[in-house]
Ligand binder design. Structure first.
Ligand code: ACO
Length: 332
């Protein structure tokens, strides 16, 4: 489709107030502040209140993104929520967000692609815009991971945090916005990062609860190896599609899981540290929310201007991966 691009015209985010530091975790599991910082780079994370579900975090981020784009809820044609921590098995979290914000004219559905969810959702939004089906799409990456973390498992509970980021995607000037994307998955590796029970494979029962099977389980080393390999590979592949070289990238926003994964991706891409935006020290891994929250913060500290080349890259449960190159279309 020619004539116009699909770009981000508004961004917003929301982080719960409650901060959980590494020292707080030392009181819960056998870990240390030094271990967590050295092995992950994380210093603290945010925790949603007991009465706050993913759609509640999402709605606040969405309102901020709509204000930033200068639109009202009634303008929205479609709501996409990328999450692995939905309010319910059904209805979708996107429908819950629709209710909260009053986007009465929108269709709504969720996307589950693990931590790559936001990249999948942005790409889906682009397809709807470029096909002419919709003109104003609310894309949200949002997680309340603290609710599905096993607080007795030091291998996982130190890694995750809660938060939400949202974008408005609309038609934009041709040659700007999302110019190339690459999505991938390998379902054979589904078991390395999983919530084993609570679905139709193993419905919730007294036993699943007693065995802790309704919480996140992860083979950290396998995910680490996969992440290191795929971040570089997917980035290179999408740059090629965009006809760009590494040196053309003005800003890289990677999925914020572990500073060692990001450092090794930088090495593979031969990209300098100044070109990468990192905030995982403050929030930990917020899965699908990581990239949109980081994007909002990067914009607030003026890391992007119109015409800059932005690379987003993520990996996650599935296993999945994805990357997008955007030529930033929004004026300050
Ligand atoms: N505190 C102290 N020690 C710990 C902790 C902890 N919190 N967690 C694990 N250890 C111990 C292990 O038990 C192990 O001890 P052992 O040698 O006696 O068995 C030792 O530390 C080393 O364990 P490793 O797993 O080798 O540690 P590693 O350096 O690989 O770091 C980590 C573990 C941080 C989980 C790393 O593997 C990682 O980041 N993996 C990727 C995780 C990730 O990105 N997940 C998100 C995917 S995205 C999504 O879709 C949700």
């Amino acid at each position: 489709m020619v004539g116009y691009g699909a770009g981000i015209t508004g961004v917003g985010s929301f982080l719960p107030k409650k901060v959980m530091t590494n020292s707080d975790l030392e009181k819960i599991v056998d870990t240390s502040n030094e271990w967590i910082i050295e092995r992950t780079g994380i210093k603290e994370r945010r925790i949603a209140e007991d009465d706050m579900a993913t759609s509640d975090l999402s709605a606040i981020a969405a309102q901020r993104a709509m204000e930033n784009a200068g639109i009202v809820p009634e303008d929205i044609d479609l709501i996409l929520v990328a999450t692995i921590t939905p309010d319910h098995l059904f209805p979708s979290t996107a429908c819950m967000v629709q209710k909260h914000i009053g986007a009465i004219n929108a269709a709504a559905f969720d996307i589950n692609a693990g931590c790559t969810g936001f990249i999948y959702a942005l790409t889906t939004a682009k397809a709807f815009i470029k096909s002419g089906i919709y003109r104003k799409i609310l894309v949200i990456g949002s997680e309340a991971l603290s609710k599905i973390v096993n607080w007795k498992d030091r291998n996982t509970c130190v890694l995750f945090g809660d938060g939400a980021g949202a974008c408005i995607v609309e038609p934009c000037e041709e040659g700007f916005g999302m110019i190339a994307e690459e999505l991938g998955s390998d379902g054979r590796k589904g078991d390395v990062l999983i919530v084993p029970a609570g679905g139709t494979r193993k419905p919730t029962s007294l036993e699943t609860v007693e065995e802790g099977l309704n919480f996140i389980e992860m083979d950290g080393r396998e995910v680490f190896k996969f992440a290191v390999r795929i971040m570089g590979k997917s980035s290179k592949s999408v740059l090629k599609k965009a006809n760009l070289k590494t040196e053309d990238i003005d800003l890289l926003i990677p999925h914020q899981a572990n500073i060692r994964i990001i450092d090794s991706a930088l090495k593979k891409l031969n990209l300098s540290k100044e070109k990468v935006f990192v905030n995982l020290d403050k929030y930990g891994n917020m899965s699908a929310a990581s990239i949109p929250v980081a994007l909002d913060e990067a914009l607030k500290v003026k890391k992007l201007k119109k015409g800059d080349n932005l690379l987003l890259v993520a990996f996650g449960a599935g296993l999945t991966w994805g990357s997008i190159v955007l030529k930033w279309n929004k004026e300050d």
